[in-house]
Design a protein around this ligand. Structure first.
Ligand code: FAD
Length: 389
């Protein structure tokens, strides 16, 4: 008889009935709509009917789910976190699709756009009828967005935007792109309809990670938008960083979903696979791997719950999100790689979810602030010295 890692540490007891109900409904959706197909999507580097999938996610209330009003579900941050964990237990690409829609594109509009723009975009985005993306990274500026080259200049009552954005999730699916650009007043955000003349998106091919997720380069060539498309209040990097903090919070949870799937798979495999006449789970070295994976998974979930409760109390600080993102993604990728070794040669096959999760987490390790950036954020807090430049 085996014990599930959640049961071993009593993790399920940490959650309310409502949180458990959300986890169950997300798991039912992923089991029906994504899990049977996701290895094939990963292999082909293409999602079947991403718009249909986004609508299904919207129907379940998962898009912008922790935002209030405009058709959003208005859940707690912990409920949103639990949903991210279950989405990423299926695939990091699926969680990315939801994070970018809800925590980056919708959050940016919800927090910073004019009322008119909120009414225009948010209800359709919450329903999954409209898709959003978030353009901050550029070909030459990733970790240092302050030096971005994309520029918006006033032209009468309008703005003209020129530049390029790179590695943009949902980029070639999007109806609206949140674009951050330099202006004479500092960095400003714009909600740009992707049908605007001069806007184009080129899907990025040949990725070996997040293959079941659309990533694109955005080209803005003299894109003209009215002043109402500009976010009226916010100036400087405070705008995009506020959104990144939301999405990073979801990753704290999501990474533990990927870890859980790899751990469950390795545990099952260890008791079924026999070598030298006995299950490989009977060897002490395999048991040590499983025990260490379970420790890190348990600590990661506890940290996510702690940060979720802090966020619900309105007390979560950005550097605390860095603690969660840095630790949980780093440990999740380690758990996936260890699970891979337990599966032996089968570990490299898409017949099992482990290598897919490990490869996906390579992207998760880099986006939303690299390991190095989050380390420097914590280093700065600990020493009072900035080591960024
Ligand atoms: P760089 O900034 O060039 O960094 C390269 C390396 O140098 C890293 O290890 C970095 O940590 C290190 N480094 C840089 N500066 C320092 C320093 N001061 N000290 C120490 N080390 C340093 N971006 C978006 O805007 N929207 C999206 O939707 C989006 N989706 C993505 C999806 C995928 C699949 C991927 C892979 C990326 C996505 N990104 C997105 C981009 C992502 O946020 C960037 O890749 C990330 O910020 C890192 O930037 P970079 O790749 O340019 O690396």
């Amino acid at each position: 008889m085996t014990t599930h890692p959640d049961e071993l540490a009593g993790l399920t007891g940490l959650f309310t009935d409502q949180e458990r109900a959300i986890a169950d409904s997300v798991r039912a959706l992923t089991a029906r709509e994504v899990e049977p197909y996701v290895a094939d999507w990963f292999e082909r580097g293409e999602i079947d009917d991403p718009r249909g999938l986004m609508r299904k996610l919207g129907t379940l209330g998962l898009l912008g789910m922790h935002l209030d009003g405009y058709g959003c579900a208005g859940t707690t941050a912990t409920e949103y976190g639990v949903a991210c964990l279950e989405l990423e237990a299926c695939d990091s690409g699926l969680r990315s699709m939801v994070s970018v829609q809800g925590s980056l594109a919708m959050y940016a509009i919800w927090k910073w756009a004019s009322e008119e723009e909120k009414q225009r975009w948010l209800p359709g985005m919450a329903a999954g009828e409209l898709i959003g993306c978030f353009g901050l990274t550029e070909p030459d500026h990733g970790s240092d967005p302050a030096n971005m080259r994309t520029r918006a200049r006033r032209d009468g009552a309008d703005w003209i935007i020129d530049g390029r954005k790179m590695w943009i999730t949902n980029g070639s699916l999007a109806d609206v792109a949140v674009i951050w650009a330099q202006t004479d007043e500092g960095v400003r955000g714009f909600a740009v309809p992707t049908e605007t003349a001069g806007f184009s998106a080129n899907t990025i091919e040949h990725k070996m990670s997040l293959r079941a997720s659309v990533t694109a380069e955005l080209v803005l060539d003299g894109v003209r938008v009215p002043d109402s498309a500009a976010f009226p209040e916010v100036r400087g990097l405070r705008g995009p960083l506020s959104c990144l903090s939301e999405a990073r919070y979801g990753i704290v949870w999501g990474a533990m979903g990927a870890a859980r799937t790899a751990l469950e798979c390795a545990q099952r495999y260890a008791v079924e696979r026999e070598q030298f006449g006995r299950p490989i789970g009977g060897f002490q070295l395999t048991q040590q791997k499983l025990a260490d994976m379970t420790l890190e998974y348990t600590k990661g979930v506890l940290l996510a719950v702690h940060l979720g409760r802090l966020k619900d109390a309105g007390a979560l600080r950005p550097e605390q999100v860095s603690i969660g993102k840095l630790n949980n993604v780093r440990e999740a990728i380690d758990i996936c790689r260890t699970a891979r070794t337990i599966l032996g040669a089968n570990g490299i096959s898409l017949e099992y979810p482990v290598i897919r999760h490990a490869n996906n987490l390579e992207s998760v390790l880099t986006y939303e602030g690299t390991v190095e950036m989050h380390t420097l954020i914590l280093g700065q807090k600990l020493t009072g010295q900035s080591a960024f430049q």
